[in-house]
Ligand binder design. Structure first.
Ligand SMILES: *Cc1c(COP(=O)(O)O)cnc(C)c1O
Length: 378
């Protein structure tokens, strides 16, 4: 069995309404910051259970803005999980802070509260919860540690938009929450991201950070009848376009059905994988799992990757632990032994294709390719 084309591990799901929404913006007056930004932000608040949402250029910019507005800077330590996308840690470096790596739970690969406790020093300022694969972290435990030590609890929820913990939406569980709308994520704006918060001052600061640190946007100046604006702090051009926000607004209407479809696909993988005991899916504890990734652990991972790729099954590895990247090893003297659970898991994990428009028959191809691999190598 070789598929004629690669089955990717993730991809966007777009329909005619999405395309029409973008074209309507192209025919209108505002290409960048306009009415679609505000409407998309309102929809994000609804789905994320937050008072405010600030749309921004991408998920990495969302993390940068979130750390900056949280007041994190030189001399501060930020605790991040070892298993995450590099951007979670890199954004700490953008603001001059130091990322400190915590190990992960061996069953879920979510940040391990015990490991966080061990990494806390007088310089620690924040804990970053990463809802790896779409499963919300143990926010109760993380909040307890944060409160006990006077730390901020921030979320990198780039995997978990649409997820929840006992009915509380991802987006309402941390002091601020960063999102990404990259095409492999739950909804897309091509490039795009957002920060959610309940704090009006933080929301204002995030808006200034997004646009050069200016006290008024072009639209606000027009409304106030003045040309006058002032730069009150150092900001960036991290704005998201009206075209992108129109796409996001159209996409977010479908978020609940996208999540439901991902749940169905995950359930079918679980059912089929029960036939192959040597391949173990990660544990899922939370009913509010948003299923961004379907991650399994299996023997001979590198060979498995090559074997499935040869069958045109687009498997992937999420992630090389951040502290093992060359840059971190050379600049921060991190290396093997720092987070042993993450390091062991890394040698065994493989992400199987998962996106709303894939079919059960696509999944059968994935299982068949895994079975073939297991017959050959074990
Ligand atoms: C995708 C992602 C990011 C970065 O988002 P971009 O929009 O690609 O900049 C950050 N953290 C995690 C965990 C991600 O999955």
């Amino acid at each position: 069995m070789t598929r004629p084309q690669i089955l990717p591990y993730g991809r966007q799901t777009l329909d005619q309404a999405d395309i029409d929404a973008v074209i309507a913006v192209l025919r209108g007056d505002w290409l960048t910051t306009g009415p679609m930004v505000t409407q998309f932000e309102a929809a994000l608040c609804q789905h994320g259970g937050s008072q405010f949402a600030v749309a921004i250029a991408n998920g990495t910019a969302a993390l940068h803005a979130m750390y900056a507005v949280a007041g994190l800077g030189p001399g501060d330590e930020i605790i991040v999980p070892a298993i995450t996308f590099v951007a979670t840690a890199n954004a700490a470096l953008y603001v001059g802070a130091t990322p400190i790596f915590a190990d992960v739970d061996p069953e879920t690969l979510l940040i391990d509260p015990h490991s966080i406790q061990k990494q806390i020093t007088p310089r620690t300022r924040a804990i970053i919860a990463v809802d790896y694969a779409g499963q919300p972290c143990d926010y109760k435990a993380l909040r307890a540690i944060a409160d006990q030590h006077g730390l901020l609890l921030l979320a990198d929820a780039c995997h978990s938009l649409g997820g929840h913990v006992q009915g509380q939406a991802v987006g309402s569980l941390a002091d601020m929450t960063a999102l990404s709308f990259h095409p492999v994520k739950h909804i897309t704006t091509a490039e795009g991201g957002a920060i959610l918060t309940d704090d009006p001052q933080k929301a204002d600061a995030l808006r200034r950070f997004r646009s050069h640190g200016l006290s008024r946007t072009a639209a606000e100046r027009a409304e106030a009848g003045t040309w006058r604006y002032e730069m009150v702090e150092l900001g960036y051009n991290y704005r998201l376009t009206d075209m992108a926000c129109a796409l996001g607004l159209s996409q977010i209407q479908k978020l609940p059905q996208f999540i439901e479809r991902r749940r169905q696909l995950a359930a079918y993988y679980h059912k089929r994988l029960a036939e192959i005991p040597a391949i173990r899916p990660l544990q899922h504890k939370e009913a509010g799992h948003a299923w961004h990734l379907f991650v399994v652990r299996l023997p001979h991972r590198d060979r498995a990757w090559s074997s499935l790729i040869a069958d045109n099954i687009g498997v992937n590895v999420h992630y090389l632990p951040v502290h093992l990247h060359h840059y971190y090893q050379t600049r921060f003297q991190t290396g093997l032994g720092l987070c042993p659970v993450a390091e062991q898991a890394y040698t065994e994990i493989l992400s199987l294709p998962l996106f709303p428009s894939m079919t059960e028959s696509d999944q059968d191809d994935v299982i068949e390719s895994l079975q073939k691999f297991m017959r050959t190598y074990t």
